[in-house]
Design a protein around this ligand. Structure first.
Ligand SMILES: C[S@@+](CC[C@H](N)C(=O)[O-])C[C@H]1O[C@@H](n2cnc3c(N)ncnc32)[C@H](O)[C@@H]1O
Length: 234
């Protein structure tokens, strides 16, 4: 009988936002696997570093960041093989996931490779969406509102069409795409009410209006939140 792989949602970055369930399972697993950009530390591991034990085996999944190669099939094939071998040997594996595993999380590439042959349990985490809304002090949606989540990598034309038809939106994966997104929001008259949130829930968190953002310094871990009707909840 195979052991279990746990996809642990660890929240947006603040260790206090790790759930009790994720922490219990993390401590109980003999093996811990996590993605890390090639040549850089793992954000997911950093969130729970204080709770890891030297007795736990760590599997680093080195993910190339070039978008054209993403998802990096060979990397996830290899990681699924390594994790599968641990499971077959009877050792439970915790896969560390920043935010929530099933909200744009790379865990789903392992889930797709492992779920048919091994027991998998997904533990939801606080997603960056709700953490950034809390940081910005802006409710995401209410009543009959539609809320759209848009990756900033979409083309200007697609962003224009989609944003024109939603009440509220979160635009994620900003980085080098920030100038394009700001231009689109200005064209739609939505820029003034939008809020930029960088590294939500971390000590380095910043919340800014769009015109105060230096577009040369926008990190990957940032998003824009907007609501077409402004403070509709008042
Ligand atoms: C691949 S998605 C992963 C989302 C994650 N699974 C979650 O539930 O939040 C990465 C994007 O989420 C957003 N994000 C994640 N953590 C964030 C944070 N602490 N502050 C701001 N944005 C964040 C950014 O837009 C980033 O580009």
């Amino acid at each position: 009988m195979s052991a279990t792989v746990f996809g642990l949602g660890l929240g947006p970055g603040d260790p206090e936002l790790v759930t009790l369930k994720a922490l219990r399972l993390l401590r109980a697993c003999a093996v811990v696997a996590y993605p890390a950009p090639v040549g850089a530390p793992s954000f997911a591991r950093a969130i729970v570093a204080r709770w890891l034990s030297p007795a736990q085996r760590e599997i680093v999944i080195s993910v190339p960041m070039e978008s054209a190669r993403f998802p990096a099939q060979a990397v996830y094939d290899r990681a699924a093989g390594e994790i599968g071998a641990e499971l077959a040997a009877g050792r439970d594996v915790a896969v560390l996931c920043q935010g929530d595993p099933f909200f744009y999380g790379s865990f789903m590439y392992l889930f797709g490779r492992l779920a048919e042959r091994h027991p998998v349990q997904v533990v939801p985490g606080v997603s960056s969406l709700t953490a950034c809304a809390a940081a910005a002090g802006t409710p995401l949606a209410a009543r009959d509102d539609t809320l759209m989540v848009l990756p900033a990598s979409l083309s200007e034309q697609v962003l224009l069409c989609r944003l024109a038809e939603t009440d509220a939106a979160a635009i994620i994966k900003l980085g080098r795409h920030f100038p394009k997104v700001r231009t689109v929001l200005e064209r739609l008259g939505l820029a003034a009410g939008a809020r930029y949130v960088e590294r939500g829930s971390l000590a380095s968190e910043r919340v800014l209006p769009l015109d105060a953002v230096n577009e040369a310094e926008v990190p990957y871990f940032s998003m824009i939140l907007l609501h077409r009707r402004g403070e509709a909840w008042r």
